[in-house]
Design a protein around this ligand. Structure first.
Ligand code: F6P
Length: 264
């Protein structure tokens, strides 16, 4: 059996700030001195990973290192020497579209346009339906739709108060409800990511030598689920911690898994 080692890149500045997507460098010394001095975790992990890979794949001269085309994975791979490195665009993190670089909190506050349309349609549906009712019902429905319309206007013009309304129309909540299918505006869904990973998976299956895949949370969830045979609906919720290597061994008896947590 030959191993496939899956790992996320070392902690990046965006990880520390809670921002999604982007193409940020690893958390390095200058940044750490400017902010708070604990440790330059991203770079430390890159070095620890290189040590691990060197020992683990010492006799595996045909092994290769696959990264995405984003800086944080390329930098994580940089201390590893002696193995060919291949960059795959298909290993890039899920494209968060207009939300790229935002925190989850900012997305919730700044995306009223995401539910604006749904509310608008709801408002008109009520109006349409009401024409077939008695006058009283119609008045009542109109007042309901007016209240909805008012809430909608307030929410659109004043996103700060939007969290006060139990807004089940909100698409951001829709992501929580159906994270697998939710597609970021002008971005991707998990299903899109799974689809674009197909050539990577075919190539991984074809390889006879070990492969180290350094990629991102959403992408690794999908890759891991494929090898660990996890159901589609679980993929967006699989735990994929930083600074941890998941080793998958594909043998005749099936797939075996080991995890190495190199640091916090
Ligand atoms: O926060 C790191 C990150 O890799 C983001 O770039 C990406 O959008 C996110 O994780 C994917 O995780 P989730 O689908 O849980 O938001």
């Amino acid at each position: 059996p030959r191993p496939i080692l899956l790992t996320r890149h070392g902690e990046s500045r965006d990880n520390v700030r809670g921002r999604i997507g982007g193409d940020n460098v690893l958390r390095h010394l200058v940044e750490v001195i400017v902010t708070c001095y604990d440790s330059d975790k991203g770079e430390i992990y890159a070095k620890k990973l290189a040590n691990f890979v060197e020992k683990r794949l010492k006799s595996e001269r045909a092994a290769s290192i696959w990264t995405s085309t984003l800086q944080r994975t390329i930098l994580t791979a940089s201390p590893i020497v002696g193995f060919p490195k291949i960059q795959w665009r298909a290993l890039d993190e899920i494209n968060a579209g207009v939300c790229d670089g935002m925190t989850y909190e900012e997305i919730r506050k700044n995306m009223p346009e995401e539910y604006e349309l749904v509310l608008f349609l709801f408002f008109w549906l009520i109006r349409l339906n009401s024409s077939s009712f008695f006058i009283m019902a119609e008045v009542r429905l109109h007042s309901v739709s007016l209240v909805v319309y008012e809430l909608w206007s307030i929410t659109i013009t004043c996103p700060e108060v939007s969290h006060l309304f139990p807004c089940f129309f909100c698409k951001y909540r829709a992501r929580k409800k159906d994270k697998l299918r939710y597609r970021y505006p002008r971005g991707e869904s998990y299903l899109d990511v799974i689809q674009r990973l197909e050539p990577v998976i075919i190539e991984l299956e074809r390889q006879r030598a070990p492969v180290v895949v350094i990629s991102h949370q959403a992408v690794l969830r999908a890759l891991y689920a494929y090898f660990a045979d996890r159901p589609l609906k679980e993929i967006p919720h699989i735990e994929m911690p930083l600074h941890t290597i998941i080793e998958i061994q594909m043998g005749v008896t099936g797939v075996q898994e080991k995890r190495y947590k190199l640091m916090d």
